[in-house]
Design a protein around this ligand. Structure first.
Ligand SMILES: CC(C)(COP(=O)(O)OP(=O)(O)OC[C@H]1O[C@@H](n2cnc3c(N)ncnc32)[C@H](O)[C@@H]1OP(=O)(O)O)[C@@H](O)C(=O)NCCC(=O)NCCS
Length: 174
């Protein structure tokens, strides 16, 4: 049993999307097998494309709980986990988004992921972050389109197999 550190961001929320209730919370050990399956199913969308074993996933989680600068949330219904998204490298008002996955195909292209993102972005903004960035594979056009829809912009970056995308979170007028 590993002791949890206090994460740089932590919250629980509920929201409705298309008449259904969803919950957002930080991940716990009971989620990691589902997250592993999702990551493996979508491995071609990510930088690391090897199959992650249960042992590797447990090793990752042991480090994750001790890393206060890394956080991951799941979105779920009363019945099952639907999606996840992580944040890391919080530094000087900026944070990196990673491991965004809609794991349940029944919820794809339903606007749920946009809804989830907007709910989380609101909290990130309240926590005084002003920039969210991420790296996306050049061949992952679906994710690029999705990020653009959330207001992310591709940054010029020479070479490599990825784009850097950034979203500046506007401040509310006083
Ligand atoms: C990226 C992802 C989370 C988007 O989920 P989603 O259910 O499509 O999200 P939403 O319903 O909120 O948004 C849908 C919009 O995203 C864009 N989009 C999603 N899939 C797309 C695709 N295959 N081609 C083009 N645009 C796409 C479109 O703008 C779409 O709007 P439309 O349905 O009106 O055309 C999902 O595709 C996913 O889990 N992908 C696998 C993992 C991944 O690539 N993660 C990002 C790694 S950096």
């Amino acid at each position: 049993m590993v002791n949890r550190t206090e994460k740089f961001i932590d919250f629980m929320r509920r929201f409705r999307c298309q008449g259904e209730q969803f919950f957002v919370r930080s991940i716990s050990e009971k989620d990691i097998e589902t997250l592993r399956r999702w990551k493996n199913n979508h491995r071609k969308s990510f930088f690391y494309q090897g199959i992650i074993s249960p042992k590797q996933q447990k090793a990752w989680y042991s480090k994750f709980v001790l890393d206060d600068n890394q956080q991951m949330f799941v979105c779920e219904t009363v019945e099952r986990l639907i999606a996840c998204v992580g944040f890391k490298n919080a530094h000087k008002g900026k944070i990196e988004l990673y491991n965004l996955i809609c794991g349940d195909p029944r919820y794809l292209r339903k606007g749920l992921m946009s809804h989830l993102y907007q709910a989380i972005e609101k909290i990130i903004k309240e926590e005084k972050f002003n920039e969210i960035y991420l790296y996306v594979l050049k061949n992952n056009v679906a994710a690029q389109e999705w990020y653009k829809r959330q207001g992310f912009k591709c940054q010029p970056r020479r070479g490599g197999n990825s784009y850097l995308m950034k979203r500046f979170i506007e401040k509310e007028p006083l």
